[in-house]
Design a binder for this molecule. Structure first.
Ligand SMILES: [Zn+2]
Length: 162
């Protein structure tokens, strides 16, 4: 009995590590997947809390990242006096600013998502109203569409563009 419990715990740790690796780019930190109990009500308080924690950490990470970039940019700007270096530096800054812009939008989206949790709208598809699902939300905590509506949306978008 004790042995099987230990094995299961090890497997869970491995899964968490993999999740962290995949999500590093977006700033989303690793978390243990929610264990859904049999017969548990969808988006009950415990589940809402689970996503509040995930979203809260994510937001904090993004904000810390933004702060460190600004400091880094200030330091670099002081170090380079050569005009050629400055040109490269300006290109670099432009790139960083663009990624900051993306992050700001993401932070805003995370805040809107937290607001949805407060209002009890979180986890339901904006388009058709079905449950988005715990696993899909864990992969994409800001998702507002179920996988079917999202897929349909992407097909429509491709159609318009081409
Ligand atoms: Zn839907």
């Amino acid at each position: 009995m004790t042995k099987s419990t230990t094995t299961r715990a090890t497997t869970a740790t491995k899964t968490t590590k993999t999740a962290k690796k995949a999500d590093q780019n977006s700033g989303l930190t690793a978390f243990a997947p929610y264990k859904i109990k049999k017969g548990e009500k969808y988006m009950n308080e415990k589940q809402q809390e689970h996503f509040k924690v995930i979203l809260g950490h994510w937001r904090m990470n993004l904000m810390e990242k933004a702060d460190s970039t600004v400091n880094h940019m200030k330091e670099e700007a002081n170090n380079f006096a050569d005009p050629n270096d400055r040109a490269t530096l300006e290109e670099e800054f432009a790139l960083e600013l663009r990624s900051r812009d993306r992050e700001r939008k993401l932070i805003k989206k995370i805040e809107e998502t937290l607001e949805r949790i407060e209002q009890g709208d979180y986890g339901y598809c904006d388009s058709c109203g079905v449950e988005v699902g715990i696993r899909r939300l864990e992969a994409r905590p800001t998702a507002t569409l179920c996988i079917d509506c999202k897929t349909l949306d992407e097909i429509k978008e491709k159609h318009i563009r081409s």
